[in-house]
Each structure stands twice: as structure tokens, then as C-alpha cells.
Ligand binder design. Structure first.
Ligand SMILES: NC(=O)c1ccc[n+]([C@@H]2O[C@H](COP(=O)([O-])OP(=O)(O)OC[C@H]3O[C@@H](n4cnc5c(N)ncnc54)[C@H](OP(=O)(O)O)[C@@H]3O)[C@@H](O)[C@H]2O)c1
Length: 370
């Protein structure tokens, strides 16, 4: 038996025209360890927005019922040649109720349950998901479970990566984000020191409220000095940067080197040999990354992505991380939302111009039945 429902699809053509539209999609009956989930709640995350807007001029887009047509900058469109003419479903994660399951044991065990899932098409009425990747939510509501995968697992992954690389302290930029607040709570639970970089005083206040000790404001005149001081106090020579564009990573490496150089007992014209590493894990700023290498000779800049991290974990570790998330869904891993929108409403000018700004504490939740 097949099931038909509306689904958000993003299509980019070679001339830079991007459309976001609700389309009718037919799902086959699930097989093996697949489950068909009736979607009830899905967060609009920055990674979804990358597929939905990619920095397009939303003010001058054309808005019709259930459809937006927008124009991308030619350079941005050219940079995404691999997706030209290939419609992409949108919505990384969400939660809902399993109402059909394949014959596989794992899928059958989820029948009728409320689950969190990562189907990649969560902005729709239905999604076909892999039972192995679903997290049963028990008594939690779909709204409580909607963001239980991407940001919780990433924040846990940052701490796990730091431990694997033998660090006891980390730097995090855009630290008042939903992910950043979770990371702060995890670090406090795990005894990992954390240097939080924010860009506004209100963000510093949010983090102070949750007990953060080291908060530096990138808009302050003494930013680099304050950052170096926090690095000196914590020993943070590993950092995570979701901004990507501009100089955040550069400034962090520079501040790390400033601390390392101040601890050298002998002068070296090459600078320090302290290992310094920054992971860039997002593109909140789409402009080019600027590096001005003057960080000694022990520095690395790398990407960090959730799926390869999960692939690097053994099954007991993965199960432990999932269990930790479910146990802390309303505490450590709680998310809050500014607004709830139905599928049609998410494509209105007022809504998209608001949620596309990705402001602190202003995430939207898509409620397909709404
Ligand atoms: N690599 C991975 O596997 C992975 C996994 C999960 C998440 N992520 C990334 O993690 C980041 C945070 O996600 P989230 O859901 O926690 O975000 P969120 O709650 O929507 O918050 C976004 C935050 O970024 C700040 N921000 C936006 N544009 C900025 C800019 N140009 N410079 C500095 N700060 C900026 C906002 O501050 P203002 O209020 O000041 O605008 C806000 O605090 C995103 O970049 C996302 O793509 C990556």
C-alpha cells in the first residue's frame, strides 16, 4: 500500500533560480528495517536553511501559495552545480509516530511508537526513515523530541572528539546558539572547560545564566586579549567554529599562539610548537575563510561533520550517546522555539524572512498538521 502526502522540495537551476515548493509525494510501503513516520514536529536548523535559501534575496522573491521563487547570486549558484536540476527534499530531522513498518525486527519493534528520526525530508507529512537511526521517545512529546538528533549528537561529538584528541578544554564560537547552549551544559556535566565566544551582550547573559565561566564578546574592543586570557586560564588549544567565513578561526589560532608563545622558555623565530586546532563545522557566514598564518608551526584547520563522526563510533558508544540524549531531552538537550508553523505558513514571506535570520533563541518548529 502506498501513502501520499505533501513534502517540501528545493530545486535550483543553472540560471540561479531556486524554488521552494510543496509537492505531493507518494511513499511506497516500508520494507526491511524502514519505517513510515507521520511527521508531527521538525525544527528549521541552519543546515536546512542552507538548502532552502543559500543567502538568496528573500525580500525580492516571488511568493505564491505553497511556493517561493528566488534568485541566487550567479557565483553562489555556480558553486552548487552538482545540484542543478536535481530536486532536493528538505528537513534533516524531526519526530512523529510510526504507522507502517517493514518486516525487519527493528522496524516492527517501533510500530505505533513516537520516534525522533533523521529522514532528510522531515518538512513533510510523511517520512520514510531507517529504524536503526530512530530514537524511541517514550513518554516525550514530538515537540520535545524534534531536535534530539542533529544538535545533541553534534555537541556530544565535540566533547567526544576533544577527549579522543586528549584535550581538557575547548573554544566554541557563536556559543549562544541552540547547539552552543547544549555544549555548555554537557561540558559542565563532563568537567570539560569551555571558552564561549559570543557577539552580543544579551548572548553573554544567556550563557552566564546557565553557569558559564568563560565568555568573551567578539564585538568588544579587547576581544583578542580577553580570548587569550581565557585560553591561558583553561588551556584550550582546540576550537569549534560554526561561522566559517571571515576571521573567527584565524583569531582563535592567533590567540592560542599568543598564549603558547608567552609560555615558551626560549625564543624561536618559528613561534611555538604547541598543537593548535580549529574545526570549522558550519557556514553561518558565507564569505571566504580568512587565515593569516602567524600561529607558530603546530596548527591545523579541519572540517567537522556529524555523520562521519557517528560512523567513527562503535555501537556501544553510539547507544550510550543516544541514551544520554533521551535521558536529558527536557534538561541538557532541551530546545525552545520562537514559533510553530504549518507547511504552507513556512513558505510565507513573513515567516521565511524571520527564521532565515538564524537569530539566537528564534528557531522555528514545523508542525506539518498545523
Ligand atoms: N557540522 C555539523 O555536523 C553540524 C551539526 C549541527 C549543527 N551545525 C551547525 O551549528 C551551527 C549552530 O546551529 P544551531 O541550530 O545551534 O543554530 P541556532 O540556534 O539557529 O543559532 C544560530 C546562532 O548563530 C549566530 N549567528 C548567526 N549568524 C552569525 C554570524 N554571521 N556570525 C556570528 N554568529 C552568527 C546567531 O547569533 P545572532 O542572534 O547574533 O544572530 C545564533 O546565536 C550552525 O552553523 C549549524 O549549521 C553543524
Amino acid at each position: 500500500m502506498t501513502t501520499t502526502g505533501r513534502q517540501l522540495v528545493s530545486t535550483l537551476t543553472a540560471d540561479g533560480t531556486m524554488t521552494l515548493a510543496l509537492e505531493e509525494k507518494t511513499f511506497p510501503a516500508p520494507t526491511g528495517n524502514q519505517v513510515l513516520v507521520r511527521m508531527e514536529a521538525a525544527p528549521i536548523n541552519p543546515s536546512d536553511l542552507f538548502l532552502m535559501t543559500t543567502g538568496a534575496d528573500l525580500a525580492n522573491a516571488t511568493y505564491e501559495p505553497s511556493k517561493i521563487t528566488m534568485q541566487l547570486h550567479p557565483q553562489v549558484a555556480a558553486g552548487q552545480a552538482a545540484r542543478h536540476g536535481k530536486p532536493q527534499t528538505v528537513g534533516n530531522e524531526g519526530a512523529g509516530t510510526v504507522f507502517a513498518a517493514g518486516e525487519g525486527e527493528m522496524a516492527q519493534a517501533l510500530m505505533g511508537q513516537r520516534v525522533a528520526c533523521v529522514p532528510g525530508n522531515a518538512f513533510g507529512e510523511y517520512a520514510l526513515a531507517d529504524a536503526m537511526m530512530c530514537i524511541p521517545l517514550g513518554e516525550h512529546t514530538s515537540e520535545q523530541g524534534a531536535s534530539s538528533f542533529v544538535n545533541p549528537m553534534t555537541a556530544l561529538g565535540f566533547v567526544e572528539t576533544a577527549k579522543r584528541e586528549r584535550h581538557e578544554a575547548i573554544i566554541h564560537a557563536a556559543a549562544a546558539s541552540n547547539l552552543g547552549q547544549m555544549l555548555g551544559r554537557i561540558c559542565q556535566e563532563d568537567g570539560m572547560a569551555l571558552v564561549n565566544i559570543v557577539r552580543r551582550e544579551e548572548q553573554a547573559a544567556i550563557l552566564r545564566e546557565q553557569g558559564e565561566q568563560h565568555i568573551v564578546n567578539s564585538s568588544a574592543e579587547d576581544f583578542e586579549k580577553a580570548l587569550a586570557k581565557a585560553i591561558g586560564e583553561t588551556g584550550a588549544f582546540l576550537g569549534y567554529d560554526p561561522i566559517g567565513g571571515g576571521q573567527t578561526t584565524d583569531i582563535c589560532l592567533r590567540a592560542m599562539e599568543r598564549v603558547a608563545a608567552s609560555q615558551m622558555t626560549e625564543y624561536s623565530r618559528y613561534g611555538s610548537d604547541q598543537a593548535k586546532k580549529m574545526y570549522i563545522y558550519g557556514r553561518l557566514d558565507l564569505s571566504p575563510t580568512i587565515l593569516t598564518p602567524s600561529y607558530g608551526f603546530g596548527w591545523t584547520v579541519s572540517g567537522w561533520l556529524l555523520m562521519p563522526f557517528l560512523a567513527s563510533c562503535d555501537v556501544p558508544t553510539l547507544m550510550g550517546l543516544r541514551q544520554r540524549v533521551v535521558s536529558g531531552l527536557t534538561t541538557t538537550f532541551a530546545s525552545s522555539y520562537k514559533a510553530r508553523v504549518g507547511l504552507e505558513e513556512m513558505l510565507t514571506k513573513d515567516a521565511i524572512m524571520d527564521y532565515a535570520q538564524m537569530k539566537t533563541g528564534e528557531k522555528y518548529l514545523v508542525v506539518p498538521a498545523g
